[in-house]
Design a protein around this ligand. Structure first.
Ligand SMILES: [Mg+2]
Length: 226
């Protein structure tokens, strides 16, 4: 019996292209102006300082920090400071209605139906937890945060490591066998299955289900046997 659903975001609830083609370019484009405008806010100042420290810049000008951060975006560097600053920029973009987070058309209704059946829903994504909350608070289907009981990011561990799924099961106090993990990445599902979770692969069009795959596979949330 499935009592708990744990879902990935990109490629699962939502298109990969929204994050790649909308969110990341928006943060890159707005970052210089954001640093200039908000550079004296204590929160922003803190993360600019952390970025400089991470790069071992002793006394960096604001422009040097901007160049550093844009370089990190281009290099897809995993930096906590960069993530925090990107999150602040995205928050502005959501708040001003520049964009709403993409969710596939059937997703919101299925989340609400599972919730109405008494299932508990959680998110596990490589985007930071604050970014995940923003994402679902400002989705194309409205505020979906009331559907979720909690959020996990890679602070819990890598998504292709079985130990991460054991930690999540412990954190949400659910037997692994009662948790259904949804993802578009087979290696993530392999790791979840190794930890005893149930798994379903999302093969969003134009992808198709692999022949003879180890995981149940569906094209959308309506086909999930939850
Ligand atoms: Mg994914």
């Amino acid at each position: 019996m499935i009592t708990t659903i744990l879902t990935d975001i990109e490629g699962t609830t939502s298109s990969i292209s929204f994050v790649k083609d909308v969110l990341f370019p928006y943060a890159r484009e707005r970052l210089p102006a954001f640093v200039v405008t908000h550079g004296d806010d204590p929160d922003v100042q803190h993360w600019l300082h952390e970025a400089a420290k991470e790069a071992r810049l002793v006394s960096a000008s604001r422009q040097e920090i901007i160049d550093l951060l844009v370089g990190w975006i281009d290099a897809d560097r995993k930096s906590t400071a960069l993530k925090a600053l990107q999150g602040m920029i995205w928050k502005d973009g959501y708040a001003s209605g520049e964009y709403r987070a993409h969710v596939y058309p059937e997703v919101a209704a299925r989340l609400r139906a599972w919730q109405a059946e008494g299932k508990r829903l959680y998110v596990y994504s490589s985007g930071s937890v604050p970014a995940q909350r923003l994402f679902f608070a400002h989705s194309e289907a409205g505020d979906l945060t009331p559907c979720f009981s909690g959020y996990f990011d890679t602070e819990t561990g890598p998504k292709r490591d079985a130990e991460s799924y054991r930690r999540i099961a412990t954190a949400i106090d659910a037997p692994p066998a009662e948790i259904l993990f949804l993802s578009d990445i087979v290696e993530e599902l392999d790791a979840a299955a190794a930890a005893g979770l149930q798994t379903t692969l999302l093969a969003r069009a134009p992808s198709t289900c692999p022949a003879g795959g180890a995981h149940r596979c569906v094209a959308d949330f309506d086909a999930i046997d939850g």
